[in-house]
Write a protein that binds this ligand. Structure first.
Ligand code: ZN
Length: 367
């Protein structure tokens, strides 16, 4: 029933979130003082925040096509203020400047929209923000964005209309890609590699080296020849290949800066406002991309050893091959080692050391 309702172009970029889109549309029609968009990374919250800002700034309530909507969607409207942390979290000083900023009058629209990203990391700054978020000046609307809701944020959370986001279902990503003209098999492969993250799917689909990089991971077991030298070569190649995979993200970042620089020029500004914050975010996005790409590669590798485990178990149970249990133990150990390495990526481990140790382990030299 809901699927029959045409979704306005404004929220086209918010994929696989019918509940959130309904709420966003309602918010555009009858705005309140503060919204909180929360859900896992890559579920489309940032895109949704801009679309909501467009709905709040557009004189026609979010037509999706006017100059105001277009600039809001591109993140270049002067009354859309994206607040990005510069350090590991939004600190108290940054929170104070948000409070000051909220008191200003809008530049050209009837209101201004302050989008605060990564609120889940702003537990220390939250008390500074609380009063203003609770009761901002009439011309200011807050759109808070968080990956999750730690208990320390309970009070500020309770002052906002909550709009929850779910991980994007694989089928929705495939459907969206096919709708953009992507061939179905490629769309399915990209959706699988995206891990339910639309931002990742968006970049992978334009990545010419995507298939080759997957093949490189698949070739690992056959290339390791038991020598330490080869383990180092393979590990280096995998890391280089992860670097190569960063190209589409870097291009996207360069485009974003170019648009903002153009806009600054047109407004006679001396440079991009908040450039450092934007560049910090780009660095964080690159780090996250690397981690996810490595983790995806490791999952391919673990899958291969898991297949081997099944194959050995089956042949062992029927033929009772000598050495079958040794093979099985080795494959099981390899799967464990890969999963451990994958888990360590979360803890900011040194990637090069980690990968090299893993390749040595997979070479069978560790016993
Ligand atoms: Zn509009």
């Amino acid at each position: 029933m809901d699927e029959a309702v045409p979704v306005p172009a404004l929220f086209e970029g918010v994929v696989g979130q019918p509940g959130a889109v309904d709420q966003l549309r309602a918010a555009g029609r009858r705005p309140v003082h503060a919204y909180l968009l929360h859900g896992p990374p890559g579920s489309g919250k940032r895109v949704a925040a801009r679309a909501l800002a467009a709905a709040l700034l557009c004189p026609r309530g979010g037509c999706g096509v006017c100059n105001t909507c277009r600039r809001a969607l591109a993140g270049t409207h002067p009354d859309l203020i994206m607040v990005e942390r510069t350090g590991a979290a939004l600190d108290v000083e940054e929170a104070r400047s948000v409070v000051t900023r909220a008191q200003r009058l809008p530049v050209e629209a009837s209101r201004q929209v302050l989008v605060l990203t990564d609120l889940h990391l702003a537990a220390k700054a939250a008390p500074v923000l609380l009063k203003t978020v609770e009761e901002p000046p009439p011309g200011t609307v807050f759109v808070l964005v968080a990956d999750d809701l730690p208990p320390a944020l309970a009070t500020i959370v309770s002052r906002c209309i909550q709009i929850p986001f779910d991980p994007v279902p694989g089928a929705a990503i495939v459907g969206w890609l096919v709708g953009q003209g992507v061939e179905p098999d490629h769309a399915a492969a990209v959706a699988h590699a995206s891990g339910g993250r639309l931002d990742r799917a968006r970049l992978l689909v334009s990545d010419a080296g995507f298939a080759a990089r997957q093949d490189r991971w698949r070739s690992v077991p056959s290339r390791l020849d038991g020598t330490g030298a080869m383990a180092v070569v393979v590990s280096d190649e995998l890391l280089v290949s992860v670097d190569e995979g960063l190209a589409p993200l870097r291009e996207q970042h360069a485009r974003e800066l170019a648009v903002l620089a153009d806009q600054a020029d047109q407004m006679g500004a001396r440079g991009i406002q908040g450039r450092r914050q934007i560049e910090d975010r780009h660095k964080r996005e690159e780090r996250r991309w690397r981690t996810e790409d490595l983790r995806f590669g490791l999952a391919i590798l673990a899958g291969m050893f898991r297949d081997r485990l099944v194959a050995v178990a089956e042949s062992g149970s029927t033929a009772g091959t000598p050495g079958g249990s040794g093979d099985r133990q080795r494959a099981a150990r390899h799967v464990d080692a890969i999963e451990q390495a994958s888990g360590s990526l979360d803890r900011n481990a040194n990637e090069a050391l980690l990968m090299e140790a893993l390749m040595v382990e997979l070479s069978g030299m560790a016993g």
